[in-house]
Write a protein that binds this ligand. Sequence first.
Ligand SMILES: [Fe+2]
Ligand SMILES: [Fe+2]
Length: 286
Amino acid sequence: MTAENAAPSQSSSKLPFAARNFHFEAGKERFWYNNDPAVSAYFNALSALFPAGETFFCDSVRALRHEAKDPKLQAEIKEFLAQEAIHSREHHLYNKRISGFGYPMEKLEQRSADMQKIGYMLPKKVQLGFTAALEHYTTIISDCLLNVREHFRAHVSPKDYEFWIWHCVEETEHKSVAFDLLKSTTSPLSFYLIRVFSLFATTLGFNAILMWHIWTLLKVDGLQWNLRAWGRILHYQWVFPGAWRVCAPAWLAWLKPGFHPWQHDNRDLVDAWKKEGGEAKATNAA
Ligand SMILES: [Fe+2]
Ligand SMILES: [Fe+2]
């Protein structure tokens, strides 16, 4: 096949990436975020979502990977599956450590898995749409955290920093894989309708279960009705760093018909992590 008649690439990723089989030791303190039970609960609630959520991401991509014709996209799918499987494993181990402080992380993981069962009942392409939309969500939150990583570093231990920032970096690296797979396996109209529906459905579902998880975790410390605790969480989400506020334009950008995750080119954030020795540190944490 000549260069002129070669099929266009199905992948629009701007960043080569490979899975890193790291092990972490984060979550060794009860109120590990700035000695604050509220913001610690917010991050722990996120972590409780990941093992089941990332297993769902892998299952939905695996179910349709055979339809991708482009070797570049196939290679990215392989690394995506490996990265998400390692994230799932490391968050499960992290959750077990948090359980040691009396928090019902196992129950929350089970609740997340039960909610995920609804997703598994949907058609395969809608499942992939959910994955692409949730990947968008995790990507834009990761972008925010990576941009304020010095603030995050100042409030957590080095081991907690390594763990959360590593996950944000890898979410950035593979941000277009599920999107490109869905795009390459659906008609333009279906692609648009599935991803718009998926973004609204997953935004609602994700935030509802996140808040339920936070409430359950705060209850352990008797803070579930504490307005100051909730105020600190809402401040963290909406004011500073304010991922929910900062990410609103990026969330909306998904609705543009010609949207692609790499239209926001944030490779510099991955580079910055590598330059500060993130890869080496994460390897040493093994
Ligand atoms: Fe992940
Ligand atoms: Fe991901």
